[in-house]
Design a protein around this ligand. Structure first.
Ligand SMILES: *Cc1c(COP(=O)(O)O)cnc(C)c1O
Length: 345
């Protein structure tokens, strides 16, 4: 089985496990884990921020990032397919009293004019006040889409002028950085709060980082503990993340080549299913046409490729370090045949 369901499936390599075993550790609730402290400082600096908070999941880092910017009863606005809106189990509302409104987009690409029309800062007693905007880069359900830097800069200026916070869900910001060559800090500095994940294409077993100002991170540290998510010798996990930055960040481009190879084969058999121009990182979202997503997932599985359904008629394939370019090409041929409704040759 060629497993393209997600880049979260990646397992720690022997080198990563060795780094984890060798890590000096301490109690992180006392801020005494040297490996966690070093990773927090390293990633904050990489992203052009003062401080970082190592978290168990990207959902937790997003939850805390949005909480820093949005008081109860106010709203964060985001894309209709944003992970914070679709895939975090309503946590922002259920736990923090945050409401959401969404804009629609092509492939998840954010544009400032749409956002400007939607936001209502300081709306007084009649409308919900917009306290923050949240963007995603790359955009997962949009198809691994890289946000054009000029758009991000415009949204950042808009939010600053309007007095509205700006959060980045950068679960795969690494992929955007590799695809564009834009420095991580140039992305990071446009935002008040940023989440990045080590557990996706970087291949660490666990972990995400929230970065922001020193004052914000001190507040987030308290709220993390309040949520029951303080942890102790987390350095074993921070060591995996640090190892991933050293050894796996430089190879992410291979995943992009593999995704392009996969999509090219799909498009050759089923041109309606995928727009090649939209495939720029490690995610390929495909339209299933007359078949349902569930039917395509089942047929692809019988053919030897695991995909995930991301909508009623949309499926997703994600490349990662456990899938070679050859395997991705083979998978594309098999999935293309499924989408075209013909048996694979
Ligand atoms: C995976 C992901 C997250 C965080 O997911 P966790 O499973 O909670 O670590 C956040 N945003 C996006 C876009 C993601 O793909």
């Amino acid at each position: 089985m060629i497993d393209l369901r997600s880049d979260t499936l990646t397992r720690p390599t022997p080198g990563m496990l060795a780094a984890m075993a060798a890590a000096p550790v301490g109690d992180d609730v006392y801020a005494e884990d040297p490996t966690v402290n070093a990773l927090e400082a390293r990633v904050a600096a990489l992203l052009g921020h003062e401080a970082g908070l190592f978290c168990a999941t990207g959902s937790l880092a997003n939850l805390l990032g949005v909480w820093l910017l949005v008081p109860p009863g106010a709203e964060v606005v985001c894309d209709v397919r944003a992970h914070i809106a679709r895939a975090e189990m309503g946590a922002h509302g259920a736990l923090h009293g945050v409401t959401m409104r969404t804009w629609d987009s092509r492939d998840g690409v954010a544009d400032a004019a749409t956002i400007e029309r939607l936001i209502t800062p300081d709306a007084g007693p009649y409308l919900v006040s917009t306290a923050a905007v949240a963007l995603e880069n790359t955009h997962n359900f949009g198809g691994g889409t890289v946000q054009p830097f000029a758009h991000l800069a415009e949204v950042s200026a808009l939010c600053r002028d309007a007095g509205v916070g700006l959060h980045l869900d950068g679960a795969r910001l690494w992929n955007a950085h590799v695809a564009t060559g834009v420095a991580l800090a140039d992305y990071g500095r446009l935002f008040d709060t940023v989440n990045v994940c080590f557990s996706k294409g970087l291949g660490a077993p666990v972990g995400s980082m929230l970065v922001s100002s020193r004052q914000n991170i001190a507040r987030a540290r308290v709220q993390r503990k309040r949520l029951g998510a303080g942890w102790r010798q987390a350095g074993v996990l921070a060591a995996a993340a640090g190892y991933a930055l050293d050894h796996h960040l430089p190879r992410l481009g291979e995943d992009h080549v593999a995704a392009a190879a996969f999509a090219t084969e799909v498009a050759a058999a089923a041109p309606e299913a995928v727009r090649l121009g939209a495939v720029t990182t490690n995610i390929v979202v495909m339209d299933t046409g007359r078949q349902t997503a569930a039917e395509v997932v089942a047929a692809a599985s019988r053919a030897g490729v695991a995909l995930s359904a991301v909508g009623a008629r949309q499926v997703r394939g994600v490349t990662h370090q456990e899938v070679s370019i050859d395997e991705a090409t083979t998978a594309g041929r098999l999935v293309g045949a499924v989408l075209a409704g013909v048996p694979a040759a």
